[in-house]
Design a protein around this ligand. Structure first.
Ligand code: AMP
Ligand code: MG
Length: 341
């Protein structure tokens, strides 16, 4: 079946077509179109919801048209429309949800609402060779600009939230700290780049909640610690920025790995699925793989390619395929506060 996935929860306007096979449960990516208002937000050093929503209105129809054009399909070839209905920015979500509802009505196609966070997890089920090998129970670590969550998947649709951030998300910490270091927005990729030439042992930043016996995270203390450290430095030259970046990145990685592997052990998981924008970080992937190898854990690690880590429509379409629950367009409303059940 062919699913058109639409995603507009934040600053990306995305539409993708996937070809899903109900027999062998594989998902092939046909086309993946993403327009981002990120350059506008780089100017303001962060996302202004009103600006993001206006950009969504501007991009939504061209992006959907482009996705159909690139896949050499018309709407007649689409079986289902999948749409992110939360969580996210209300203005941005509304644009996608109302568009998907309208298309469902005029094209007479089923509509499947998708939780954006569950969507991130399903980026791991697209085109991957591992796809068929992802065994349950699986553990998902969602690390994005707005979320840091550990979620146990006993099967498709059988999801248990284990813990999440009590304050800033991992990506948010990267972004806020990036601003403190005068790096470009978003801070995550900028810190990763600066860290390449740095030494992670120069600054000993706190690893908040690393030893706590829950699966929660907290990154706002790290931001405060960096703020204090930066105030003591007379001139932030490139060398110091590199060492600061490497040390900050290492602190975040250490916490993510420790907590995730603790949950892996407790729930005896077979697959570990990383997802969200922060999972685009090469060092995070490498350190997870190294640790799993070093500890000789029997866990298969899956990380989506970079363009499927950040927000996209393909992950929404894939999540809809594996968790297929239609809803009438008349009943769907955007829910910015949506979380896990
Ligand atoms: P998302 O919320 O999933 O769209 O992802 C955006 C977030 O991912 C932002 O907070 C970025 O700073 C972060 N991010 C993107 N690329 C990287 C990277 N290479 N390293 C760390 N964080 C990243
Ligand atoms: Mg996201």
């Amino acid at each position: 079946m062919r699913i058109l996935g639409i995603e507009t929860s934040c600053d990306e306007t995305a539409a993708a077509v996937i070809e899903a096979n109900p027999h062998d449960k594989t998902v092939k990516l046909v086309t993946n179109v993403i327009a981002s208002s990120l350059p506008m937000h780089a100017k303001t050093g962060g996302i202004i919801p009103e600006t993001a929503a206006r950009a969504q209105i501007q991009y939504i129809l061209p992006v959907i048209k482009q996705a159909l054009k690139e896949s050499i399909l018309t709407h007649n070839d689409i079986d289902t429309i999948a749409i992110t209905y939360g969580p996210g920015l209300i203005g941005s979500l509304l644009v996608g949800v109302e568009t998907a509802k309208t298309l469902s009505y005029i094209w007479k196609k089923p509509l499947v609402p998708v939780n954006h966070l569950i969507g991130h997890i399903y980026a791991n089920f697209i085109d991957s060779k591992l796809n068929a090998d992802i065994e349950f129970p699986a553990l998902a670590l969602i690390v994005s600009g707005g979320h840091t969550d550990l979620v146990l998947l006993k099967d498709h649709g059988k999801i248990k939230w284990l813990g999440g951030t009590r304050d800033d998300a991992a990506g948010e910490a990267f972004d806020k700290i990036g601003r403190l270091l005068n790096l470009s927005y978003p801070g995550g990729p900028a810190i990763e780049k600066a860290a390449e030439l740095g030494n992670p042992k120069v600054f000993n930043f706190p690893r908040p909640l690393i030893g706590s016996d829950d699966f929660d995270f907290s990154f706002s203390g790290l931001k405060t610690a960096v703020f204090r450290e930066v105030k003591t430095i007379k001139k932030l030259n490139n060398e110091i920025i590199a060492d600061l970046s490497a040390s900050i990145q290492q602190a975040i990685i250490d916490v993510l790995i420790k907590k995730t592997l603790k949950a892996s052990e407790k729930y005896n998981i077979k697959s570990l699925l990383l997802s969200g924008g922060v999972a685009a970080n090469q060092k995070i992937k490498e350190e997870f793989a190294l640790k799993i190898e070093k500890l000789k854990l029997k866990i298969s690690l899956s990380v989506p390619p970079k363009n499927l880590c950040t927000d996209n429509g393909a992950m929404i379409a894939a999540a809809a395929f594996f968790n297929y629950k239609e809803i009438s367009w008349k009943k769907l409303t955007a829910n910015p506060e949506l979380y896990f059940d």
